[in-house]
Write a protein that binds this ligand. Structure first.
Ligand SMILES: NC(=O)c1ccc[n+]([C@@H]2O[C@H](COP(=O)([O-])OP(=O)(O)OC[C@H]3O[C@@H](n4cnc5c(N)ncnc54)[C@H](O)[C@@H]3O)[C@@H](O)[C@H]2O)c1
Length: 335
């Protein structure tokens, strides 16, 4: 496989490193408008080819696939040109800047029969996959609600709100776990530092199954939190991605409630049992993500995080952003 990576800013070098580690690429080409970034990549990987004009890569018939790690506003025009040139494409999250763009890319990828994969990295992460197994096996029972915090000091973005920057991770993870997308979304946020670019948002999601979720995202917080609590009818779970070893803890806690026939029979008993931390695999999610992309390109297979999954997340981001900018009005998301 010959793969090009467009964008060697903050995130692109991580994708390049993991593509190298798959040992499945005969050539990796790095493209960036900034020659200093290309030089940095060359210093680190002397064998890598560099290019400042992405169009030259699209003209090369021997390049099979392109990975996009550029700012969100460029994802759609680049993705469209790449697919039209007959190459497979991997686009970093969020897939596009609007649901209309996401739908168009999805249609195009189906028409030209090329892979469209989106960088929902957490769906390749061992704790997230373990939690999915637990939910699917019914270990937690019916999921009542999920509450997630993804906050830290920085990195403030110049072109998108904190919702478009950070919430794709939580949305893709929630939809992966619950196997559904929300029916309704509302959000409140505030632009504290940069004018008109909200750096904190509190988002509420309501799913068709009845599960509700709250996602808190911020670039302006005293410490780093990556904590998700899942409360089910049988057990509860905490996923803390800042923990080194025990990232997932399952609490055998709950309440037993018997419907009373009379007031005298009113019964509510709290249960507090063991806390268990399951063993987790130790691979890097990005490595699995890149490996999966290569496999999908080779076999022309639908990726786990395909264009449809990108569209679901973009639709929800768009709904949350609209709610936040319209006094927290509840926005319905069509099924
Ligand atoms: N999956 C994750 O966990 C994760 C983490 C961070 C960022 N990201 C995503 O990665 C993407 C890039 O984010 P970043 O923080 O690295 O941005 P960045 O601004 O640091 O880097 C973007 C790079 O793209 C280059 N670029 C822009 N337009 C170009 C073009 N037409 N041709 C060639 N180069 C071009 C810029 O020169 C810059 O070097 C975003 O979509 C972001 O959401 C994903």
């Amino acid at each position: 496989m010959r793969i090009a990576v467009i964008g060697a800013g903050y995130w692109g070098p991580n994708l390049i490193r993991n593509l190298y580690e798959t040992r499945a690429c005969s050539e990796i080409i790095c493209c960036d408008l900034d020659s200093r970034k290309l030089q940095k990549i060359k210093d680190r990987y002397p064998g890598i080819q560099t290019e400042s004009q992405y169009k030259k890569i699209l003209d090369r018939k021997d390049v099979d696939a392109v990975v996009i790690a550029t700012p969100v506003s460029t994802h759609f025009p680049l993705g469209k040109e790449i697919l039209e040139s007959g190459k497979h494409v991997f686009i970093e999250k969020p897939m596009t800047a609007s649901p209309e763009e996401a739908s168009e890319l999805l249609r195009l990828s189906e028409k030209v029969k090329r892979v469209l994969m989106v960088g929902h990295t957490f769906e390749y992460s061992p704790p997230v996959i373990k939690i999915k197994e637990l939910i699917d096996k019914g270990e937690l029972g019916k999921i009542y609600y999920i509450s997630a915090s993804r906050v830290n000091l920085g990195l403030h973005q110049k072109d998108v709100s904190v919702i478009w920057d950070l919430a794709p991770h939580d949305f893709s993870t929630l939809f992966f776990w619950l196997k559904e997308q929300p029916a309704r979304v509302s959000a409140i946020g505030k632009a504290c530092v940069q004018k008109k670019i909200p750096d904190v948002a509190f988002i509420n999601l309501e799913f068709p199954s009845g599960c509700i979720a709250h996602v808190q995202v911020s670039w302006l917080a005293p410490s780093k939190l990556r904590r998700t609590a899942i409360v089910g009818s049988k057990k509860m779970l905490v996923y803390d991605d800042t923990e080194n070893i025990e990232k997932v803890k399952i609490y055998d806690k709950g309440v037993n409630y018997v419907d009373p026939e009379s007031f005298g029979q009113y019964q509510l008993s709290y249960r507090t049992g063991d806390v268990v931390s399951p063993r987790l695999e130790t691979y890097e999610p990005l490595f699995m993500e890149m490996k999966h992309f290569i496999e999908c390109c080779r076999e022309n297979k639908k990726p786990r995080t395909d264009g449809q999954s990108g569209l679901r997340v973009v639709r929800t981001l768009d709904a949350a952003e609209r709610s936040m900018r319209n006094n927290s009005v509840v926005v319905e998301i069509p099924a």
